[in-house]
Design a protein. Structure first.
Length: 318
């Protein structure tokens, strides 16, 4: 395999391409991922992201094999907040927000008590225009965000507020989020992870995640900006959607919301600073058919740009 853009100062992501036509099939890529584990792992720790381009990776079956070659423990999206569909055992559609909406940059499941370390995207059908998956280095964000803002978030921490309806309502249902209709399964999972929750009279589930705003990478030891405060904040909604939701439910009953750890509101100017800093330093590259993008989920955040036309991108985690 040919590796390009591997220097520390080179832009994200590093790129791996086949050297010969014989290397282009997905079996060759999967074999290389297994045999050259140390090589690509070091590359991923340095760059935070690797783009595999030029391989004949087709659909969910190939992605299922790739995620199992990358990590010994493929993960489901149980407890996830984004609307998506499971299409095979450990492969899902990427977030199914409307095509005209932008998805802010975030580290997957950073609001939860545990999260995937690696996330893999596979593009089967690029959009006619737009639809890129921007990525941004969490280490760079940590350096560029105002020091006073970072210190404030670190000192106060965060509370993520999630309301999952019981089958009818705004946002996701708890059945879809936890992939079960059994309350006891949900309760065991949340209790095991020390998560606060309560059931309402309307069969909705209210969850409170107490989380830090930064985390230490378990391998590199770097302190990283690692949260989804800007994505969960009501200011992330367009004005009309927010107005309509506020007419129906209180802010604490939104499908998702976030406060400081003491329950205080997070100023919208702080959220705007975070959002702008991430987007200004994001790398945006058009998808090509059969592209596979591997991210260290702590080192690199990802999002989605609006798009037109059909777009089919799958995701798996480990």
């Amino acid at each position: 395999m040919k590796i390009v853009s591997r220097g520390v100062d080179d832009p994200l992501p590093a790129t791996v391409t086949p050297v010969t036509s014989a290397d282009q099939d997905s079996a060759s890529l999967i074999a290389w991922l297994k045999d050259a584990h140390a090589e690509w792992s070091d590359l991923l720790l340095g760059k935070g992201s690797i783009l595999f381009r030029g391989f004949d990776v087709r659909g969910t079956a190939d992605l299922e094999r790739i995620i199992r070659a990358i990590g010994p423990r493929p993960l489901g999206y149980v407890g996830g907040n984004s609307p998506r569909t499971r299409v095979s055992d450990k492969v899902y559609t990427s977030t199914e927000y409307p095509a005209d909406q932008r998805i802010t940059l975030h580290n997957e499941l950073s609001y939860a008590q545990s999260w995937p370390m690696r996330i893999v995207f596979c593009c089967e059908t690029p959009a006619a225009s737009g639809g890129e998956t921007p990525i941004a280095d969490s280490r760079v964000a940590m350096r560029l965000l105002p020091k006073a803002l970072v210190e404030r978030f670190e000192a106060k921490g965060l509370i993520y507020l999630q309301t999952l309806h019981g089958g009818t309502g705004i946002g996701r249902s708890w059945q879809a989020s936890f992939e079960t209709t059994d309350r006891s399964v949900v309760e065991q999972l949340l209790s095991r992870n020390g998560v606060e929750f309560e059931w309402t009279k309307l069969d909705s589930l209210k969850i409170r995640y107490h989380r830090k705003a930064t985390e230490v990478h378990p391998v590199t030891g770097q302190i990283l900006w690692f949260n989804q405060a800007d994505q969960w904040h009501p200011s992330n909604l367009d004005a009309e959607t927010r107005r309509m939701m506020e007419m129906v439910v209180a802010a604490e009953d939104f499908p998702h919301n976030v406060t400081f750890g003491d329950g205080g509101s997070i100023p919208e100017e702080d959220i705007a600073t975070i959002r702008d800093t991430l987007w200004e330093n994001a790398v945006v590259s058009p998808w090509q058919r059969h592209d596979v993008l591997l991210l260290d989920n702590m080192l690199v955040a990802h999002g989605r740009r609006p798009y037109k036309g059909q777009r089919k991108v799958y995701v798996a985690m480990a």
